[in-house]
Design a protein around this ligand. Structure first.
Ligand SMILES: [Zn+2]
Length: 447
């Protein structure tokens, strides 16, 4: 009897689940397992099957993608979209603040990045301080609330920063105030070393307390320190370090410092002189999350070259290309394509820079970054090969759900424009009837 109930429950849940989705006749670029013309079957938000010949399950919704290209959703390892504020720059160590707590799900940059094929992004604290705040990985589920954006299960991060930004190059202190420490690259190193020394002592104090409790002693717990707790998580491998850097000398300094302290730098961000010390980066096991061809926008970025990504990759570094910009984020496929010209990467290697490699850097490669059965159905359909500058995103799926549809977007525009005009007109009419309305509202704003 129990068995009958179990079967009935399974049938009911199967009926309640979304019907399977099949994307047919596409050129499928899996990134990790080559490419083929065939289909991808999606069930319950996951890739169930991918191959040249797959059966269409009963009741499936079928999309004919003949002549189009299907690739994994793009992963951006460095972004600041969907964040209300990013720099708690008033102190040199701001590890107690968290981007996750100020996510803004209404930031239009989410939708625009989605329209460029990005499905996952690492939202970082800024680089104003040697140890910045906590970072969070999101999926670009446009329309969901802040909680709905979170990439459940992704490890949190911590931002570190070296060079001109944390030493406040060019920032004059307010009148009567002394400059914030540190003011040199030496000082940045000291701030990081000092903070982790405190974190180790803090961890030790808690361990001693827990030992006393285990022995049945009536012990007083140490005072909680929200600034040091994320650093302890780094020491214990529970939080990933993403470090903003440019110059070869400071990259080596940080790698040595991390080894001395006892943690691994998960990614070096920007890392424009990484090509000079690629062997050392690979030996440490750090990833490099760089730009394709941005340089000379500040003194410490003068030695950058567009071959950086390819040279580091050839030396065994796990490399990704990031945006660090809401605008660039919309065309990371073009950024990846540049590595075919600068460094001669293969098409698959180029695509890996914006898919599986950043997924590995964020330790979410068991979920996203390639088209393989069992992974999340985060997929992008392009009308042409994504490494062509003429390619346009047609559809974007996250967890098997359609979050961007170019046709739907284009057809909804006239109605949106009508609504916008109507709202502006209504506001104008209200202003005519009550001219002081706008002025009053401005002065009522909380200070
Ligand atoms: Zn940034």
């Amino acid at each position: 009897m129990r068995r009958v109930f179990q079967i009935a429950a399974a049938v009911c849940s199967a009926l309640a689940a979304e019907p399977p989705l099949v994307i047919q006749n596409a050129q499928v670029l899996t990134v990790t397992k080559g490419s083929f013309r065939g289909s991808v079957v999606i069930r319950n938000g996951k890739i169930a099957e991918a191959g040249e010949k797959t059966l269409v399950p009963l009741g499936a919704h079928v999309i004919d993608a003949g002549g189009q290209y299907l690739m994994p959703g793009i992963v951006d390892c460095h972004s600041h979209i969907a964040a209300d504020s990013i720099n708690e720059g008033s102190v040199s160590v701001s590890s107690m603040v968290s981007i996750e707590d100020v996510l803004d799900p209404e930031d239009i940059a989410i939708y625009r990045a989605l329209a460029g094929g990005v499905t996952t992004a690492n939202i970082l604290h800024g680089s104003a301080n040697a140890i910045g705040g906590q970072c969070v990985v999101i999926k670009l589920r446009w329309g969901k609330d802040a909680r709905g954006l979170l990439f459940a299960g992704a490890k949190p991060g911590l931002k570190l920063a070296l060079g001109e930004n944390p030493k406040r190059q060019g920032y004059a202190p307010a009148q009567g105030r002394s400059p914030r420490y540190p003011a040199t690259r030496m000082g940045v190193e000291d701030v990081i070393r000092q903070a982790f020394a405190e974190a180790k002592a803090y961890r030790q104090a808690w361990r001693e307390y827990q030992d006393k409790v285990a022995r049945g002693e009536n012990a007083i717990p140490p005072r909680r320190d929200l600034r040091l707790e994320p650093l302890v998580e780094v020491l214990e491998g529970k939080r990933l370090v993403h470090a903003h850097c440019y110059r070869a000398d400071e990259i080596l300094m940080l790698l040595r410092l991390a080894e001395e302290i006892g943690f691994r730098v998960k990614t070096l961000q920007h890392v424009l002189e990484g090509y000079k010390v690629a062997k050392e980066i690979a030996a440490h096991g750090a990833g490099a999350s760089t730009f394709s061809d941005w340089w000379a926008y500040k003194v410490e970025a003068y030695d950058a070259i567009p071959y950086n990504a390819a040279l580091m990759l050839r030396k065994g570094v796990l490399v990704s290309l990031n945006s660090d910009s809401a605008e660039l984020m919309r065309r990371l496929n073009t950024e990846a394509a540049k590595t075919l010209k600068y460094g001669g990467l293969t098409e698959e290697e180029a695509l890996s820079l914006i898919t599986i490699n950043p997924a590995r850097q964020l330790e979410i490669d068991d979920r996203v970054g390639s088209i393989e059965p069992g992974k999340d159905a985060d997929l992008v359909l392009f009308d042409k090969h994504p490494l062509s500058s003429y390619a346009k995103v047609q559809k974007v799926f996250i967890d098997g759900e359609l979050y961007f549809d170019r046709d739907r977007d284009l057809s909804a525009r006239p109605e949106r424009e009508q609504r916008r005009k109507a709202l502006v007109e209504r506001e104008r009419e209200a202003e005519k009837k009550q001219p002081s309305r706008t002025r009053d509202r401005d002065t009522e704003r909380p200070q």
